[in-house]
Design a protein around this ligand. Structure first.
Ligand code: UD1
Length: 363
């Protein structure tokens, strides 16, 4: 029997851990599982709705760390996590992705001699100004099992001196969730479409500090969206950070640009699947649009997910107004759908592969 502690902190973690919790629960004689939430994301529409829709068990423990600077978030998670870890004494701590909580948990676990499994290991943007890149690099250095989503991750890890036997190329657990829930999203689509009165449309998400924290940058991106929205509706579910900046900087929103609160997983999946083009700075959305074959424009100078460029529908674009407008117009003129081949092992079975590895490893 292995004692497994899964940890989640922020929105993109939930869809990566949910299918693994589900798959492990098929083997009650092999695994005891506990689910812990840091509370880094705490609004209902950044957290609760995802647990409901993904049918995840409620977290057994919530550390309620909330928002703060990077140091505050990391320190709070570490302080509150240490006694929990000592109490439950798991064989493995499973950490997904690259958010601040991912690294905070890994640091506490390694110091207590508890083994760490990192889901989505080995992704690199090679841009150390991104907090996520630091979280990824350091977590991978101290992880004992590294589950990767793409072949180049192994090369990245090998360059950093990670022993090959720790690395397992299993596919993408976020795509496991997509594969399971896309039929429900499709059933939800007709109602959503008529509620938002949509035919062809651009779907937008933006939340990276590099795009939204400077008034000039954010104004530039929004003015591009305003311009496009006179030709085609633009739907923009707004992250709380971005919402705060738009109002702080007094940025004007035109009529064709619809700002909504953050949207739950299933509705957002339906909106992605039917979008004419998606504009984003998220990591996960580059992957989901690749799988769905929907054109994606990523407002970033780099990506830690190059497989979405080589196999998928993703293109990197500059954050200048004219570049964004031109890229969206070009995508709108293209044929419906986009050329995409699904990356290797993105087949809905990554969690099964991970569980096979766990059942084999000792202890
Ligand atoms: C975090 C991750 C990022 C991920 C993103 C997904 C890090 C370093 N970044 O960024 O990789 O792509 O989550 O959403 O971990 N806020 C609320 N309610 C909430 C959560 C946040 O109002 O439920 C507001 C707070 O004002 C907070 C701000 O959003 O200060 C930013 O939240 P934070 O957790 O610091 O980082 P994200 O930008 O969400």
């Amino acid at each position: 029997m292995k004692r497994i502690l899964h940890v989640v902190g922020a929105r993109p973690n939930y869809m990566k851990i949910a299918p693994l919790v589900r798959e492990m629960s098929n083997y009650p004689r092999d695994f005891t599982q506990v689910l812990l939430h840091t509370g880094q994301h705490y609004d209902d529409n950044m957290s609760k709705i995802f647990f409901d829709e993904l049918e995840m068990p409620r977290p057994d423990i919530n550390l309620e760390v909330g928002s703060g600077t990077h140091a505050e978030q990391t320190a709070q998670v570490m302080l509150r996590f240490e006694p929990v870890l000592a109490d439950f004494n798991p064989d493995w701590v499973v950490v997904p992705g690259d958010v601040n909580s991912t690294l905070a948990f890994a640091l506490v676990a390694v110091k207590l001699g508890i083994r760490i499994a990192h889901i989505e290991a080995g992704l690199r943007s090679f841009d150390r100004t991104m907090p996520e890149e630091i979280n990824r690099l350091l977590t991978d250095q101290i992880a004992d099992l590294l589950f990767t989503t793409a072949p180049e991750a192994r090369e990245n890890l090998a360059r950093e001196g990670i022993a090959p036997e720790k690395i397992h190329f299993v596919g993408n657990t976020m795509i496991d969730t997509l594969v399971r829930l896309i039929p429900i999203a499709e059933r939800r689509w007709p109602a959503l479409r008529s509620e938002l009165n949509l035919d062809r449309y651009v779907l937008v998400t933006l939340h990276r500090p590099a795009n939204v924290d400077e008034a000039g940058d954010l104004a530039e991106v929004i003015s591009a969206l305003n311009e496009v929205s006179s030709e085609v509706p633009v739907v923009f579910p707004v992250h709380p950070r971005t919402r705060a900046r738009i109002s702080e900087f007094g940025i004007q929103i035109d009529q064709g640009l619809t700002l909504t609160d953050p949207i739950g997983y299933v509705d957002f999946l339906a909106l992605q699947a039917h979008a004419t083009v998606v504009v984003t700075d998220s990591g996960g959305i580059q992957e989901e649009t690749t799988f769905l074959g929907v054109p994606c424009l990523t407002v970033r100078p780099n990506t830690e997910r190059p497989v979405t460029l080589s196999h998928g529908t993703n293109r990197l674009i500059n954050k200048e107004r004219t570049a964004i407008v031109e890229a969206i117009r070009t995508a709108l003129m293209g044929p419906p759908g986009a050329k995409s081949s699904r990356p290797e092992l993105w087949d809905g079975k990554a969690s099964e592969r991970i569980v096979r590895v766990f059942r084999k490893v000792a202890g």
